[in-house]
Design a protein around this ligand. Sequence first.
Ligand SMILES: [Zn+2]
Length: 348
Amino acid sequence: MEISVPSLLRIKPKALYKIGKYLRKESMNKIALFYGEGIKDMFGEPVDISLDSSEIQVGIEKTIVNNDVQEVYSMTFDMPKDVQAIVAIGGGKVIDFCKYLAFVSRLPVISVPTSISNDGFSSPMSSLYVNGSRKSLKAKMPDGVIVDTAIIQKCPEAFIYSGIGDLMSNITAVFDWKLAARQENKPINDFAALISLNAVENFINYGNKDIRDIELLRLVSGSLVMNGTAMEIGQSSRPSSGSEHLISHAYDKVAENSTLHGLQVGVATYAISWLQEYKHDVIKKVFLDTGFIDFVAQKPLSKKDFFAAIDLAPSVKDNFYSILSEAGKIAKLKEFVQTDELMKKMVV
Ligand SMILES: [Zn+2]
């Protein structure tokens, strides 16, 4: 089993302005540079200046608008032969594209997220379109992650809340993982579970819950990096994805208007933790203190779609035992969604 973790890791204000210096240190002197849509307009200038001043050559530069797997394959033919690394700057789409491109072209990939709305910027999986439908594919774990927290600080609050929701789900995910292990009489990877739980606890224990606080954003970013690493070490998405993720995936399928992954996951985490009778009060306090609940309440999820998602959730993944697999739990969860005061604000 080969495990790779990001060895280049910079999480700090103005990190983007030093990208050239970081790449040179890693002897990545010629790169393939990919931007998300609209990202070059915002950050192209400081990136160019930084690459130029460190004499990093750009062998190919593209903006990624379409994350179809076929586009990735055709891109492999356009890659100059002497490129030493792939650099992805932007949101989930370009990073997923590049992690898969790196996987098929056997090159290192540096992930430079401009928002932290989920743990995908540091995970070994890519969400891409295959024959018209979205699939989660095994991809390359980023060899480097550069997060400019000054950029993250200015991004829309929805993205930050989404990142927090995706991080909090570690608690319910690890619970489900242990439950499944007992049921199936299989061991879990204890180290992966420990990383996942420590990542979320670091964030929970930090006193200031102002989502624009730069130290809080550093913690959330670092913890989301740990999420990806836990998945790589556990060779499974289990450390960071349980029944709360099943509900979010199901909601994406049934809802007319689904919203950001981490917002849906956060709402489901709040409900599932009550069902698991584990750390529900801790999760509730974090969601109240950060303003997560009030934020979701501004544009609540649809109750009809959420109920359909709960019904569909257990069949979203094959052989995935969770709290929802136990008798009577689905009815109990729906009852909670109907009656809990905070749930009634988030799901209407
Ligand atoms: Zn997630």
